[in-house]
Design a protein around this ligand. Structure first.
Ligand code: NAD
Length: 398
């Protein structure tokens, strides 16, 4: 994933006529914090926070708890964050954190201890004007609330603007939970408008029916009656049918059941998913879902990167050469960081905005970002990914 991120920056930089020094500046990370967390039970975990670039504002990016977390992945995700905040025009930089842990192996007390110890090791380097972390894979409002509490004890800062993605009672924003999925729906709506296909019926398939994937499906089902979901998967595999209801699948998933056990439709694996016979693939699980090994199987004409880095650079080339439109992660999944930015603004001003206001502002920010990027793509005859990086690079170097 790191290579994919660097290739995207280098390619866009070269097209823009940047010097090698400027390209190196865009790639290098500002600071990399690496530490070990030892719980009172004696369990030890490697932890990271990479701060990539704060030229446009405080570092911003999630904290992931996942067994496969490693420094290169955190570096790649931190780098993508700087370009994502810039592509959206937000006055924020980019960072990412992670702990190499499977949270399912920890009980609640251990999870809380891990979350608090992460902040204890890092508190001098974060804060409302320095670095504002958020949830990511396997972290949520409950974990962030523990982190905020720990940060308050250590720093005395009570603004709650040190983290975003908090619970609503803990100072979080209305609309944050659904924001990434909602942003994805807005981007797909704008793309279809741009392609002159707004009124056509479209079919789609979701890989990773978790937080982001489920909200994409739920909002699409409510706002776009001519969009039909035909398959959905989670890490266990999933189902395919002529028509599936995101709301029904969401209720089923809320019981804790696996999608591979869902009784409607035919069973599919995540390998089968890639060749789903649909117009749009929604990739909302993890990175590197489509690589050079399976890109040839893709039948869809549009891919929405709701996960970070789900299409690697080689696959991206194979797909774009075939005319498949890949909507890049730094645009497609930017709804989350955009509402995180609104949360940070609300905390700093001591305000709480209605969900209606948050959703309306999210729509305005995402629609404007789409227009900026589609305009560059048209003008320069480049792909949406190339255009998104060009827009972001120009803003970072401004
Ligand atoms: P989540 O843990 O809620 O959901 C992930 C889903 O993917 C789960 O249903 C899981 O079972 C499934 N999954 C895991 N491995 C899979 C595999 N190999 N094949 C198919 N499905 C698999 O996480 P989330 O918050 O929904 O995040 C999903 C992706 O979106 C991540 O890549 C994350 O970095 C990215 N993202 C999330 C946000 C956010 O606001 N949550 C913002 C930007 C980007």
């Amino acid at each position: 994933m790191l290579q994919t991120a660097h290739e995207s920056i280098k390619n866009a930089g070269k097209r823009m006529g940047l010097t090698q020094k400027e390209i190196d500046y865009l790639i290098q990370t500002d600071k990399e914090h690496e530490f070990e967390i030892e719980l009172s039970s004696g369990k030890k975990f490697n932890a990271f926070r990479v701060q990539h670039n704060n030229k446009r504002g405080p570092y911003k990016g999630g904290i992931r708890f996942h067994p496969e977390v490693n420094k290169d992945e955190v570096r790649a995700l931190a780098t993508l964050m700087s370009f994502k905040t810039a592509a959206l025009g937000l006055p924020l930089g980019g960072a990412k954190g992670g702990v190499a842990v499977n949270p399912r192996d920890l009980n609640d007390e251990e999870l809380e201890e891990l979350s608090r110890m992460f902040v204890r090791s890092l508190h001098e380097h974060i804060g409302p004007d320095k670095d504002v972390p958020a949830p990511d894979v396997n972290t949520d409002g409950r974990i962030i609330d523990w982190m905020v509490d720990e940060y308050e004890h250590l720093s005395g800062d009570t603004t709650k603007a040190s983290f975003t993605g908090k619970s609503i009672d803990g100072g979080g924003s209305a609309g944050r939970e659904a924001a990434t999925g909602r942003g994805g729906v807005i981007v797909l709506r704008e793309l279809l408008k741009y392609l002159g296909k707004s009124n056509e019926k479209i079919t789609y398939a979701i890989q990773g029916f978790g937080n982001v994937g489920s909200f994409f499906g739920l909002i699409a089902e409510k706002d776009h009656i001519n969009w039909t979901m035909k398959s959905a998967t989670d890490s266990s595999g999933g189902v395919a049918s002529e028509e599936l209801s995101p709301a029904e699948i969401n209720s089923y998933k809320k019981t804790g059941a696996k999608l591979s056990d869902y009784i409607k439709g035919s069973k599919i694996t995540n390998d089968d998913f890639i060749s789903s016979d649909v117009d749009v693939l929604i990739l909302a699980a993890l990175g590197d879902a489509i690589t050079e090994d399976n890109a040839d199987k893709v039948k869809a004409k549009i891919i929405l990167e709701l996960a970070n880095g789900p299409v690697n650079e080689k696959a991206y080339k194979i797909l774009t050469d075939r005319g498949v439109i890949v909507v890049p992660d730094i645009l497609a999944n930017a709804g989350g960081v955009t509402v995180s930015y609104f949360e940070w603004l609300q905390n700093r001003a001591g305000e709480h905005w209605s969900e209606e206001k948050v959703n309306k502002m999210l729509d305005e920010y995402m629609t404007k970002a789409c227009k900026d990027i589609f305009t560059v793509a048209d003008k320069e005859s480049v792909s949406l990914k190339e255009a998104a990086f060009e827009v972001a690079i120009a803003r970072i170097l401004e």
